[in-house]
Write a protein of this length. Sequence first.
Length: 255
Amino acid sequence: MSKVQVRTADQPLRRLLLPAAAVSLSAAFLVGTTAVNAQDSIDGSWSVDTSIGDIDEGSSTFVGFRVAEVLDPGGDVVAVGRTPDVSGQLDASGTVIESVTIEADLTSLATDNQFRNRAIQQTLGTDQFPTATFVSTEPVDLGALPTEGEVFSVSVPGTLTIKDVSQDVVVDLEAGRGGDTVVVVGTWPIEFAAWDIDLPSAPIVVSIEDTGELEWQIFFTNAGGLADEEMAEDEMADEEMAEDEMADEDEAAEE
C-alpha cells in the first residue's frame, strides 16, 4: 500500500460541515450532549451513535464528500453527498486512543440530485463495494484527558479503503467531549484516482475536479456510561416501586 499524507482543509474544523452553511463544534454539543454528566475518564468503548440530530439539518452523524463541478446549464457548483449510515467504535484507555474503526454505507450516499446519485453509485461500484472503511493503525496519546466542552486536535494514522483500494493515511481532526458523548469532525482532500474512482460524465456536466474533499461528523457514545446511567435509572425505578408497594401495604393495614 502506498503512503498518502492527508491534511485538513484551510477552514477551521470547529465548523461542522453543511452544504450551504456551517455551525460551530459547540453547537454539536448542544445537539448531542444536553443534560449529561461528564465522566471522569474516557476509558472503554465508544460506539458511533446515529440517533443524535437530523441528517437533513446536518446535525447528525454522517460521512460524505464535496467536489467542484461545472454544469451547462448551471455554471459552477459544489456537489455535496452524505450518508448517515455509519457504524464503528473507538476504544480508549487513560489518555490513549487505542483504536478507531469507522464504516460508511455508500449505498445510501445521496446529494440533492437523483441523476447525480445514480452516477455516484455507478462510479463507486457500490453493487460490489458497498462500504468505505477507516481503521486506525497506531495508538494515539492525547497527552492529557480532555475536559468537558474542550475542543482538541489529534492526528490519527490509519488505512482508508474505498472500492477495495486501501491507502495509508494520516487524518487530522478536531473533537470535543461533552458528557458521555464525543463529537469528531474533519475534512481532507482526496485524489479520486488514488482510489480508482473514475469521474462520472453526463451531457450536462462540463467538468468535474479530479480532487475533492471527504468530510465527516461523527458522534460517539460511551457504551459503559450509558449502561451505568440505565442501571441507575432501573435501580431508581425499583426503589420507587418498592416504596409504592410499602405505601399500599400501610394503607391496607390501616383499613
